[in-house]
Design a protein around this ligand. Structure first.
Ligand SMILES: [Zn+2]
Length: 399
């Protein structure tokens, strides 16, 4: 089946050997080398220890089934019953092509004068996407990927952030690959920290030129602009923030669960979460906010209900409403396995903000003309404005 054909199948499913989860892509909306990096002296000087040396070729991996409604129905028995019920409720409207049921009975908050937004620049974010796309396809191991990694490092340096590099090797269906998570750190008064994350790799295509303007591009661009915006704010923030550019989110095989026993994906987040557990840094982390595919001109985020911490989702949705962005933060829910899962599995509260209604997902049509700086600003503003409340709300969590 061609990539284009696959993209039109309404149900996207991601499932592994232990847990399942499905995702609903809403087809009714018109469709639907190994090279180890050696840091330069100046880079290396900036790198705090625990993160640098690391490099553990520890990731074992594996593959997955066709994205069909039948497959979805076959696997639903493995879902959490509450999630399953909610998800099935949404299946009908998605297939019928219209509105969604609310994920909860809560009435929308009254709309008042929108709160002040942030200095997040829509045009800067879009400019980042343009530059990334001009680097060409950016899958792990590609020249475009290396250029992008260096671009991210240079930008974070410009913003005055401390930079951590987490270089590691991963075994993939295409062999051993060098990957790099990049972390920009904005120190706060308190040691406890928030993580804002997104993946920067783009999906490997055997044929066709996939530049991932939204999938890979928008999360990278928005994360850079969130980092710049927060770094330039006056005064030292209460909490420390990690801006985490995750590598290797995409599966090398076509489908998410197709290879390596369902673990041919989220290489970077799994590596980082495990490392943070080993070196103890995860104990200082309060929560992770993940962004993925948030640049669609027609921005519509469903609540990620399969894994994400509901109380964090609530804070984000309420913040969006207060900023006047409520129309883009939908009451409906869907379940999406993504880079937040490895952190959740290690006890860190997390949320995934993903617009999975993007009709050009994993197609060569995922180009810069489909992406909007305003959409990235909406999500960027909401994330920036939500962090303090999420931090405070997770202060008492048990570790
Ligand atoms: Zn993708």
């Amino acid at each position: 089946m061609s990539a284009a054909e696959k993209s039109r199948i309404p149900i996207r499913e991601r499932m592994d050997g232990s847990d399942t989860i499905l995702q609903m892509a809403y087809s009714h909306r018109d469709a639907s080398t190994r090279r180890q990096h050696h840091p330069s002296r100046s880079e290396a000087d900036e790198l705090p220890d625990p993160m640098i040396e690391v490099v553990i070729p520890e990731v074992e991996i594996h593959e997955h089934p066709p994205r069909t409604p039948e497959r979805f129905l076959m696997t639903t028995s493995r879902l959490n019953p509450a999630v399953l019920l909610t998800t099935l409720l949404f299946l009908t409207p998605a297939c019928a092509g219209q509105s969604m049921a609310p994920a909860s009975g809560a009435a929308p908050a009254p709309r008042g004068t929108p709160a002040e937004t942030t200095d997040f620049s829509a045009s800067r974010a879009l400019d980042h996407v343009q530059r990334l796309v001009e680097m060409g396809p950016r899958p792990v191991g590609s020249l475009g990927h290396d250029r992008m990694r260096d671009y991210i490092l240079a930008e974070l340096k410009k913003y005055g952030l401390k930079i951590l590099r987490d270089d590691f090797q991963a075994t993939t269906p295409l062999g051993e690959k060098s990957m790099t998570n990049i972390i920009g750190i904005l120190p706060g008064v308190e040691e406890g920290f928030m993580m804002v994350a997104g993946h920067y790799d783009t999906k490997y295509f055997k044929s066709g030129v996939f530049v991932g303007a939204n999938d890979g591009g928008s999360s990278t661009a928005a994360l850079l602009e969130i980092a710049r915006t927060m770094a330039q704010q006056a005064g030292k923030p209460k909490h420390t923030t990690w801006f985490v550019f995750l590598d290797g989110e995409e599966a090398f095989c076509w489908d998410w669960y197709e290879c390596l026993n369902g673990k041919d994906h989220t290489y970077g987040s799994r590596h980082l979460a495990e490392k943070m557990v080993r070196d103890g840094t995860i104990r200082m982390a309060r929560a992770l906010v993940l962004i993925d595919m948030i640049g669609d001109k027609d921005l519509g985020l469903d609540r990620e209900i399969g894994y994400s911490t509901p109380s964090i989702t609530d804070i984000i949705w309420e913040t969006a409403e207060s900023l006047g962005y409520g129309l883009h933060f939908l009451p409906s829910g869907q379940s999406v396995a993504d880079d937040h899962v490895p952190f959740l599995e290690n006890g860190l509260p997390a949320v995934d903000l993903i617009d999975f209604r993007y009709p050009y997902w994993h197609t060569v049509q995922d180009t810069v003309d489909k992406v909007s700086g305003d959409s990235m600003k909406i999500v960027g503003d909401v994330v920036i404005k939500s962090l303090a409340a999420i931090y405070d709300g997770t202060a008492a969590r048990k570790r």
